[in-house]
Design a protein around this ligand. Structure first.
Ligand code: ADP
Ligand code: MN
Ligand code: MN
Ligand code: MN
Length: 337
């Protein structure tokens, strides 16, 4: 027996965009299974999840990972928010994904999410001069050198921490605007990818504290001729992945076309500033899909077109989307009738 630090992490009740909250509980370790982690609670009146008079909300642990920022044995605990009586809280978007994932489990949906983000210091993106603007976009994406790249130490620390936490990161890259970066999680099932994306975000925010750098998931952090930040969702089902699955990919695109507006509603607040039809996006008012088309709503990757099976990339979600809501919406549209 040894006590450990468990960092309980949850989503708050802010609208339209929930933010991460966390606090530490000292518990008995070592923890090897979820059932060993006690339920906990917090003051919902400080997180827009309760009125002052009945302010207790409950935290129900749903997954846990080694905490890469503390000692061996310490853990990060992803939680769902419940009412004190154990019923699901309105802000708990994961509970709904849980139901939908179960209902459509036989379709075996996989997700790979690309999380773009922008690093800020003193109210400006890293790489932006005191006054005015840096040189136009072009050389920054996947660039190298101090004249093109800003914040790599934090990005490297974050990658290392994510891997040590056991997150299934598939890669990282510098993005089109200076100070903008991306990491990808997946492919994984819906609950796994969404929990891991939220934890990846949490690690990034926390590591940013050490550098005095704040991370924004704003879909359009700088107005004008600067790329926005997206949260592309790569999606497949068992039917898409098997030989000849391209038919299922195309059928999915047609279903997605009919539900365009329902999807936009959960694809992130302020996304209309990003989905303009410029900067590698399709207008928020249109729906188009195409092979290798980075100006489409849905891109069918070249590899999928060539192999005639694989996955599709939904390019519409913004960087600030809630992956619980987005994964649920995609499964319902594509796997529903
Ligand atoms: P892009 O070319 O759009 O920048 P990335 O390489 O950044 O693409 O991200 C692609 C994501 O798709 C990765 O997270 C990868 O794991 C994921 N992916 C690969 N195959 C599948 C699949 N069959 N289903 C869902 N996601 C997948
Ligand atoms: Mn990418
Ligand atoms: Mn990108
Ligand atoms: Mn992409």
């Amino acid at each position: 027996m040894k006590t450990i630090k468990a960092e309980y992490i949850w989503l708050d009740g802010q609208k339209p965009t929930a933010e991460l909250r966390s606090k530490t509980k000292i518990i008995e370790g070592p923890v090897t299974k979820l059932a060993q982690i006690p339920d906990w609670g917090f003051d919902g009146s400080s997180t827009e999840q309760a009125e002052g008079r009945f302010s207790d909300c409950a935290l129900k642990p749903v997954s846990f990972f080694p905490d890469p920022l503390r000692e061996e044995g310490d853990i990060l605990v992803m939680c769902e928010v419940m009412h004190a009586d154990g019923s699901v809280h309105e802000s708990n978007s994961r509970a709904r994904l849980r139901k939908i994932a179960k209902k459509y489990a036989s379709a075996a949906p996989w997700f790979g999410i690309e999380q773009e983000y922008t690093l800020f210091r003193d109210g400006k993106p890293l790489g932006f001069p005191e006054k005015g603007f840096p040189a136009p976009q072009g050389p920054y994406y996947c660039g190298v050198g101090a004249h093109h790249i800003f914040g790599r130490e934090l990005v490297e620390d974050h990658l290392e921490a994510s891997l040590r936490a056991g997150l299934k990161v598939s890669g990282v890259n510098a993005e089109v605007m200076p100070g903008q970066w991306e990491f990808q999680i997946g492919p994984l099932g819906p609950l796994e990818v969404a929990d891991q994306l939220w934890l990846g975000r949490w690690l990034l925010h926390q590591l940013g504290e050490e550098y005095g750098i704040s991370v924004t998931l704003s879909p359009k952090p700088v107005q004008g001729d600067w790329n926005g930040a997206g949260g592309h969702v790569n999606f497949s089902t068992k039917a898409m992945r098997k030989p000849g699955g391209i038919k299922a990919v195309e059928a999915a695109c047609k279903k997605l076309e009919r539900k365009h507006q329902d999807h936009i509603e959960v694809y992130g607040a302020g996304n209309e500033k990003r989905l303009t039809g410029k900067h590698e996006t399709c207008s928020i008012h249109e729906f188009r899909f195409g092979v290798s088309d980075r100006g489409a709503s849905i891109r069918i990757p070249m590899s999928t077109a060539q192999k005639k099976s694989g996955y599709l990339e939904d390019r519409r979600p913004a960087a600030n989307m809630d992956p619980y809501k987005v994964c649920a919406r995609l499964i319902e549209t594509v796997c529903g009738k």
